[in-house]
Write a protein that binds this ligand. Structure first.
Ligand code: PBG
Length: 318
């Protein structure tokens, strides 16, 4: 008798499904390079979340696409910012859904970087023309996190890779009475080539330079493990490795080293490769998804953030 394949015992509760929310009404815009993923206005988002709930998904990660941007990313935390409005609407309709929000500035700044930039005259040497003002960035990220917490987010997920972002946000949340709101740190986030479709979705590509000054060198697993340790000490309720598939060695090391909830982000480029391959007839989408996502679970991820989550949930029910 042949050995039965187990599909790694994937469970719908292992998954976090990302959503992009934009302003306006009755919008469901497909994104060119990102098959099956949309930018939703809040009304359409609520109906799509309804479908996800029916499939048994119980965690989402929310990204906002604001109407306007400026150099300091103020639309990320102003009153009634796109994410806070969406969180309020979602929580009203789906109180039991676990809502996580991305806390970053790249979609909200005209320059497209994840933090506030220093004035050109600043002394510190810029990395590829990019000079982040860390102190200012931490203050702004804290404001963003508080605005999401106020709206009812269960988790905030800082992805700006600013030094000390977890500590700064933890202390700001606690000072404002949001002790119950947890932080998922994008702890080991690499300066990766796999983010292309996401940047098109969020309209968040850097206008100049790159993110190598603040995201991690993809050859440096040691730095990644160190940053995960830092985030745990700073108060992260969960830590993350991102991307996932090209970094399973890091996922595995993190799992063995730390006894802490561990997420892996199966990012937009990883997802699109599988999708485009399936569209071209190179492989069967479902089989490829189970193999790749199963490998992330096998490496040790407790939670998997993936754009395949709705499909997986559907397939697990068949
Ligand atoms: C924001 C952010 C990025 C992703 C998640 N949060 C992109 C980036 O750093 O440019 C990428 C996610 C994906 O590719 O699916 N900083």
């Amino acid at each position: 008798m042949g050995k039965k394949f187990t599909d790694m015992n994937l469970r719908t509760a292992d998954f976090i499904y990302p959503y992009f929310v934009t302003g306006g009404k009755n919008k469901k815009e497909e994104i060119n390079s990102f098959p099956g993923i949309f930018r939703f206005s809040l009304d359409r988002l609520l109906s799509d979340i309804g479908e996800s709930r029916k499939l048994g998904l119980n965690k989402i990660l929310l990204f906002g696409i604001p109407d306007t941007k400026d150099a300091r990313g103020t639309t990320a935390y102003k009153e009634d910012n796109i994410v806070s409005l969406a969180v309020e609407g979602i929580k009203k309709r789906f109180p039991a859904l676990i809502v996580m929000t991305d806390v970053c500035l790249c979609a909200y700044t005209t320059h497209g970087h994840c933090g506030i930039l220093k004035a050109k005259s600043a002394k510190r040497k810029a990395q590829n023309g990019v000079n982040i003002d860390n102190k200012n960035t931490l203050e702004t990220l804290s404001n963003v996190a508080i605005s999401h917490a106020e709206a009812g987010a269960d988790w905030v997920a800082p992805s700006a890779m600013a030094r000390g972002q977890v500590r700064a946000i933890r202390s700001a949340l606690d000072k404002n009475g949001y002790n119950k709101v947890k932080i998922m740190g994008y702890s080991a986030k690499f300066a990766s080539n796999f983010y292309g479709p996401f940047r098109q979705a969020a309209n968040s590509a850097p206008a100049f330079g790159d993110r190598k000054g603040y995201q991690l060198d993809y050859n440096d697993a040691e730095a990644a493990i160190k940053r995960i340790g830092d985030d745990i000490r700073e108060g992260a309720g969960a830590v993350m490795v991102k991307p996932a598939l090209a970094y399973l060695d890091v996922v595995k090391q993190a799992k063995l080293r730390f006894k802490h909830p561990l997420a892996a982000y199966n990012v937009s480029g990883e997802y699109s490769m599988v999708k485009y391959g399936a569209k071209s007839g190179l492989w069967d989408e479902r089989k490829m998804v189970f193999e790749t996502i199963g490998s992330i679970k096998r490496a040790g991820a407790d939670l998997i953030i993936t754009y395949h989550a709705k499909d997986i949930a559907r397939w697990l029910r068949e």
